[in-house]
Design a protein around this ligand. Structure first.
Ligand SMILES: Cc1ncc(COP(=O)(O)O)c(C=O)c1O
Length: 399
């Protein structure tokens, strides 16, 4: 055993952020509403096992080669067809790059587009993981006002015009138009078109993160923003984490050829596991629709349980979302509540949630919190929300 006394602190490159802090209180808690996991009981272990067996018989020997930098060609073909069928998109397999989850797709786009000091626009509340990556690249984040359909086009126009008046420009707009994380908003077709029109008038590229589009349990999906774009100014990413499992680490980028070429330069050696891609592709080729249908039913009923419990235990003391898809609710508590400050104590009581500060470009939003319900049982969702309401009341945060 080595003593491990060598001090690397003066060797670690500048710009590497401090190691992420363990969750306050550490470890897992009983009522863990923190992360947007899918449902463990619907993980298709048998189907994937069978699919992997077939895949290895057919193509196993090819694993001795390094995979294509953009990922398995047939898997990209499968994704292109899925995007055409479900998202009205016309992209060729050459315009697709497989990534280790859409998290890596986010990291690649942000790395490709961001110089320190760049301004990036995004929804007023947004996904913490993406904002962390943007901050690490030295970006300045500006939140754009939203309503129940997501980004308000006139608000986007105002931000862009005022930047222009000051001689500044935004590098791009990051948006999650379908079941936005964390607010659950869903842009209508008209809203997508309006947001695209404003962006194009200001020559602003859009990065569309569409990782929840499969998880709709009410209404109809609108086409992706990318499908409305005639200029090639929309970059797109999707994920298999939410419909298969985050542990498969599979997502993808879809972008114009010049962007995919530029990404290749920073993606060498980072292609996701072919093992994972083969199992997922062979499985989904036969089971995509039936599996996603099953997930939608499960998440719809869990969402109903969560919304009912929020109504029962919070009543008029919180405003909660009631999304048509996705894996979370967004709650607004009375002014003065501080969900970030209360988290450590909540965890001691066995409850965890995403504090509003995590989802705010300005790291405020103290009186908001996100509750993920996808992986919890109905009983845990109900009891956890009851306990959370009782805890917040004791802390004086529901007045
Ligand atoms: C909006 C959004 N984008 C990207 C990701 C990254 O997910 P993954 O890397 O598992 O595909 C998440 C995960 O929750 C997310 O909510």
């Amino acid at each position: 055993m080595t003593a491990n006394t060598f001090d690397f602190s003066d060797r670690i490159a500048r710009g590497i952020p401090p190691a992420p802090k363990a969750a306050p209180g550490g470890g897992r808690v009983e009522f863990d509403f923190t992360t947007a996991f899918p449902d463990p009981d619907s993980f298709p272990a048998d189907g994937l096992h069978e699919a992997l067996g077939r895949a290895l018989k057919d193509e196993g020997k090819d694993l001795v080669y390094y995979p294509h930098i953009q990922g398995h060609p047939a898997m990209r073909e499968f994704i292109a067809q899925k995007l055409e069928r479900e998202r009205d998109m016309n992209v060729s397999p050459d315009q697709i790059m497989l990534t280790t989850g859409s998290g890596q797709a986010v990291a690649r786009y942000v790395e490709l587009l961001t110089d320190p000091g760049d301004i990036i626009l995004l929804e007023k509340f947004s996904y913490s993981g993406t904002m962390g990556i943007m901050r690490r690249h030295g970006a300045r984040l500006i939140g754009v006002d939203i309503d129940e359909e997501g980004i308000i086009p006139s608000a986007l126009d105002e931000v862009l015009t005022s930047l222009q008046d000051r001689g500044q420009r935004a590098k791009f707009l990051y948006t999650i138009p379908t079941f936005q994380n964390p607010t659950g908003t869903d842009m209508s077709l008209g809203r997508r078109q309006d947001v695209l029109d404003v962006a194009q008038r200001h020559r602003l590229p859009i990065f569309e993160d569409d990782c929840y589009a499969d998880l709709r349990f009410a209404g109809e999906n609108s086409p992706s923003i990318q499908s409305l774009d005639q200029e090639g100014s929309v970059l797109y990413c999707g994920s298999f984490s939410k419909i298969v499992a985050p542990g498969m680490r599979l997502g993808y980028m879809a972008a114009p050829p010049s962007v995919i070429d530029a990404v290749k330069a920073i993606h060498l050696g980072a292609t996701p596991s072919q093992f994972s891609a083969l199992a997922t592709m062979y499985y989904l080729q036969d089971h995509l629709d039936e599996h996603v249908q099953e997930l939608r039913e499960i998440f719809r009923s869990k969402k109903d349980t969560a919304v009912a419990a929020v109504g029962e235990y919070f009543g008029s003391r919180a405003e909660g979302s009631d999304p048509d898809g996705g894996l979370y609710l967004w709650l607004k508590l009375p002014e003065g509540a501080n969900t970030a400050a209360a988290l450590a104590k909540a965890r001691e009581r066995g409850i965890s949630y995403g504090p509003g500060t995590n989802f705010s470009p300005g790291q405020d939003a103290y009186n908001y919190l996100r509750l993920c319900y996808g992986h919890l049982t109905h009983e845990t969702i109900r009891q956890g929300i009851a306990n959370l309401a009782a805890f917040l009341e004791e802390e004086g945060m529901l007045e």
